[in-house]
Design a binder for this molecule. Structure first.
Ligand SMILES: CC(C)=CCC/C(C)=C/CC/C(C)=C/COP(=O)(O)OP(=O)(O)O
Length: 298
């Protein structure tokens, strides 16, 4: 049978690699063994395509495109040949690592929710969204590394929610241009800010305070979740330390920018990622303690 034509989620490898380079954290460290690296990249590419279907395709194509991709995901996990190239590329990882459909489905559901919900009233509602949009990525990554440990999974959820909150802070301007606000309305109101303030090109003090509060919450979750490193060994420990280091370095960048997220997107410095990575690998609890004691971001 001739392969099905590429669907709307199909994007070029070059574009995916550019997006990978633009992430805050190293998606798949180059020193990882080839099959681990290949599986992490395959998972990343699927997550990226799901996100792009929800964010970048024509508005009227988004929901149908996501539902079509969801059916293709089910095909891949049933053992049938999926239409989408990124899903065909995921097949070795599905089999080698015994991956499950549920976390991928949750990523699709997060993007379907994005089509209906443009902002969240409370922190709790926003973090419920992160359970769909970010936590599944950690669950899949743990599976890729062969980790099946409920405590590790819960700690991973904290790390992933933190990484998502951090991205929300970085992307306030871009999200607003796309009609979305991921700073909770009550959080904005607590500092006297409104969603309309996010249309400005400079960040007012109330908005900075709201962003700073969100980074403080992210720091709490990230440093609590860093206890995950004590439960990991070998390549898993190295890779996850890299993700946490990326989050910490991005928090450094946000603080350096004095939470001005409307003039430009604060980006982590590679040297900061490396410094956090080294410290997390050598003495994770001491590094986390030092950050919690001295590095409060508000
Ligand atoms: C085991 C473990 C803790 C692994 C960590 C895995 C990891 C890197 C999770 C990131 C989660 C996240 C922020 C997803 C959304 O990113 P996005 O780029 O899709 O965000 P966007 O929706 O804002 O574009």
């Amino acid at each position: 049978m001739a392969p099905a034509p590429p669907g709307p989620g199909t994007v070029g490898d070059r574009v995916l690699r550019e997006k990978e380079r633009a992430e805050n954290f190293p998606v798949a460290l180059r020193i990882l063994p080839r099959d681990l690296r290949a599986d992490l990249v395959a998972v990343y590419d699927v997550a990226r395509v799901i996100d792009d279907l929800g964010d970048e395709s024509a508005i009227e194509d988004r929901t149908p495109g996501l539902l079509r991709f969801q059916r293709d995901l089910e095909r891949a996990f049933r053992g049938d040949q999926p239409h989408e190239r990124v899903l065909r590329d995921l097949l070795p990882a599905i089999h080698r690592r015994d991956l499950e459909l549920d976390p991928f489905n949750r990523l699709v559901r997060a993007n379907l929710q994005d089509q209906r919900v443009a902002s969240y009233a409370t922190q709790a509602e926003l973090e419920d969204y992160c359970v769909l949009s970010a936590d599944p990525v950690g669950r899949i990554v743990l599976r890729v590394f062969g980790v099946r440990d409920p405590v590790a999974e819960r700690l991973s959820d904290r790390v992933c929610t933190a990484l998502q909150l951090i991205e929300h802070c970085q992307d306030v301007a871009e999200d607003r241009r796309n009609g979305r606000v991921y700073l909770p309305r009550t959080g904005l109101a607590a500092f006297g800010a409104t969603e309309a303030d996010l249309d400005a090109t400079t960040t007012s003090r109330p908005v900075r305070l709201a962003v700073a509060a969100q980074t403080a919450r992210a720091l709490d979750l990230l440093t609590e979740g860093a206890a995950l490193l004590d439960r990991l060994h070998g390549w898993a420990r190295l890779a996850v330390a890299g993700y946490i280091a990326g989050g910490l370095a991005t928090l450094d960048a946000l603080r350096r920018a004095r939470w001005d997220v409307l003039a430009g997107t604060p980006r982590p410095r590679k040297t900061d990622v490396l410094a956090h990575l080294t410290a997390l690998l050598v003495r994770p609890s001491a590094h986390v303690r030092r950050i919690r004691e001295g590095g409060r971001l508000t």
